[in-house]
Design a protein around this ligand. Structure first.
Ligand code: MG
Length: 370
């Protein structure tokens, strides 16, 4: 419905118009909604942008060569994440840690470094719903953290997962949050929504009902961006999803999370069975450590998992860009907030992640459109 779509657009006009980099995108939104307004704004655009000729999505400096410029709007075809042309696409990247534990890494410099040096094609903003100073207690701070990450991803032409990082269920907060995110960013090709990071001890029926409610809110505003859906036991119960998937919604995928030193072949086999049953999978969080984020770093097991994901063209995001004294933290405490992390500032898992990302995102066989 046009009226419904126009409200969030005009609400955001003032903020967007201040920022020239977003102006052409605004034109793109409006031309889809209303021909008259399109005409008026096109004239205005000609004055403001002096005919810069950039694409509607990704108006950053590297618009022509970025992963988003080349692949555009994402879609799910069968079980496969695909680009705008319908070609298979594998995204690989890193997740920031909980925003309320590691707010210092939520900035443009860190995102730019992850793109340029680690070769990430996707980053994940993990907005915490638990642990102190979380989104429920302090939504303003949460938005102050995730906004520069989302906008840096847009400016730098990479994809970004907006992750509702919760283990418990907060339906009311999720609906309000994703309505806001879909209104602000639903027209950007860069954005992927992850609506419930890891449900812990819930039945699939409950997770499914929550997901359907949140998806309905998003789809009323944004008809097409990818939505990632969790499952019970930290996104491992894909057999339950396969037996009773969400119906009649396009461009949704289900998350699988693994920690290689704990999770053995059974989780890959369960995921393979889900894919065979038609369930699209996105590994939005994974690590080489044990499941608690600490303990042994399983290098061999990690490589086995990466080979498996690559063979199935599954996108993956490693956890996490943080500096805690634990195995799954990638950086040392003395690493700067804004990137420029030399090798000596990376913990073993950081080095392993960076190597895996660089080898797959740079090699011809690991290209964005295989
Ligand atoms: Mg959209």
């Amino acid at each position: 419905m046009i009226q419904y779509k126009l409200d969030p657009i005009f609400n955001s006009i003032c903020s967007k118009i201040k920022n020239k980099r977003k102006f052409n995108h605004l034109i793109f939104i409006v031309m889809k909604s209303n021909g008259l307004i399109y005409t008026l704004l096109l004239l205005l655009s000609a004055v403001i942008s002096c005919g810069s000729g950039q694409k509607a999505y990704n108006t950053g400096e590297e618009a022509d060569s970025s992963v988003v410029a080349r692949n555009g709007h994402l879609q799910v075809i069968g079980t496969q994440l695909s680009n705008e042309k319908g070609e298979p696409l594998v995204l690989r990247g890193a997740s920031l840690g909980w925003h309320n534990l590691w707010p210092r890494f939520y900035n443009e410099g860190a995102v730019k470094w992850l793109k340029e040096d680690w070769k990430c094609t996707v980053v994940r903003a993990a907005m915490g719903l638990e642990i102190e100073d979380n989104y429920r207690e302090n939504p303003e701070f949460a938005l102050q953290c995730i906004t520069p990450v989302i906008e840096a991803a847009i400016d730098n032409g990479i994809y970004v997962i907006i992750d509702f990082h919760a283990h418990k269920k907060y339906t009311k907060e999720a609906k309000a949050f994703f309505a806001e995110m879909a209104g602000k960013y639903g027209e950007y090709s860069n954005v992927i929504y992850e609506i419930w990071n890891e449900p812990d001890y819930f039945e699939w029926e409950e997770v499914k009902a929550y997901s359907e409610e949140v998806i309905e809110v998003i789809r009323a505003i944004d008809p097409d961006n990818i939505i990632l859906v969790g499952s019970p036991h930290w996104d491992q119960d894909l057999h339950l999803v396969a037996a009773d998937p969400i119906q009649n919604v396009s461009n949704i995928m289900y998350t699988m999370h693994f920690y290689a030193a704990t999770h053995e072949s059974w989780l890959r086999e369960r995921t393979d069975a889900a894919i065979a049953a038609g369930i699209p999978i996105f590994v939005s969080e994974c690590g080489g450590s044990e499941a608690n984020g600490d303990g042994r770093l399983g290098v061999e097991e990690w490589n086995t998992y990466v080979d498996w994901m690559e063979s199935r063209k599954i996108s993956w995001v490693a956890w996490s860009v943080s500096d805690k004294n634990e195995t799954c933290s990638m950086l040392l405490p003395r690493a700067s907030a804004e990137g420029k992390w030399t090798e000596d500032l990376l913990k073993p898992w950081g080095k392993l992640t960076r190597n895996s990302l660089r080898s797959h995102n740079e090699s011809p066989s690991g290209a964005y459109t295989p």
